[in-house]
Structures are given as structure tokens and as C-alpha cells.
Design a protein around this ligand. Structure first.
Ligand SMILES: [Cu+2]
Length: 165
């Protein structure tokens, strides 16, 4: 079975991390079985992947990485899954009534011209309900699912809130 890209609804989320769970349900993460069956993405190079925990245990963790792409055009990241968390959303920031708010983002179109960067202050992954195994100094598998049904995985270090992002 292939993973079909699902249209992601752009909707405004509350700025506070604690209330973000309220805007989750549109972004459906494939089951572990679907991930296992997905073919390895071609032309994808992931670097600098890391998961940064929130200051309060159990609050959403941030997911960052750089992705260079040399594959076919018209492919995008449909969703991201992180081992040991409930679900991961793709977020960006947008200006609204003079304040910066987190908004749902994606699919993220891949380009051979410019790498995709999930980084502090911009596009990022938000890993909801991180489990107890996600500790500073450990690692977590990040799976990046693409619209062509392939996926790329990377083992990322988990960092504490105060560490370098
Ligand atoms: Cu976010």
C-alpha cells in the first residue's frame, strides 16, 4: 500500500504550546506498518537533524533538519513521524494582528535549487506528546514521508531545552 498525500488544512493555532493539541487532527501520520513498507526516498540527503525537548516534560518537542534534494520535481514532504512521540505536525510562523503565531504548514515542496530547512524561528516539526524515552542524550528516528510514497529516515540526537538548538 502506498501513502497517499493528504491535503493539509492551513489553520491558525494558538501561540501557546500547551494548547496546540487542539489543532492536530488534519495531519494524519501513517501507521508503523505503512512506514516500514515505504520505499527509500531517492536523492534525499538529510543533515543536522535534531529533536529539542520543551522546558516542561511532556510538552511538544521541536524537530529540525536540513534536507537537500536531487530527485524528480513535484515531490513534497507530506508529513514527519518521530519515534517515541504521539504525532508530529509541520508548523511555520505567520504574522497575525501584529503578533507571530505558529500555523500549520505543509506539504513542503522539495527543490533541487534550495535545501529545505526546518530551523528555529521558521518551518519546524512539532512532536506532540513526547514519551519518556525521549531524553536528552538519547536518539530518535525521524521518518520523513514524501508525496511520491517514499520516505527517508534519520536518527537524530535528542537535546534538552537549554542546549544549542
Ligand atoms: Cu510549532
Amino acid at each position: 500500500m502506498t501513502i497517499t498525500p493528504r491535503p493539509l488544512v492551513t489553520l491558525f493555532c494558538a501561540a501557546a504550546l500547551g494548547t496546540l493539541t487542539a489543532c492536530a487532527p488534519e495531519n494524519v501520520v501513517p501507521s508503523g506498518e505503512e512506514i516500514a513498507k515505504a520505499a527509500q526516498a531517492k536523492g534525499v540527503t538529510i543533515s543536522n537533524a535534531r529533536v529539542v525537548l520543551a522546558p516542561v516534560a511532556g510538552n511538544p518537542a521541536a524537530v529540525y533538519f536540513d534536507l537537500a534534494y536531487e530527485g524528480k520535481p513535484g515531490v513534497s514532504i507530506v508529513n514527519i513521524a518521530v519515534e517515541g512521540v504521539g504525532m508530529t505536525m509541520i508548523h511555520d510562523y505567520a504574522e497575525s494582528e501584529g503578533t507571530r503565531k505558529m500555523v500549520m504548514a505543509g506539504p513542503v515542496v522539495l527543490s533541487t535549487e534550495e535545501p529545505v530547512s526546518l530551523a528555529p524561528g521558521g518551518l519546524h516539526g512539532m512532536a506532540m506528546d513526547p514519551g519518556p524515552d525521549l531524553k536528552p542524550g538519547s536518539t530518535a528516528m525521524i521518518t520523513i514521508n514524501l508525496s511520491d510514497g517514499t520516505s527517508a529516515g534519520v536518527n537524530a540526537p535528542v537535546r534538552a531545552a537549554g542546549e544549542e538548538r
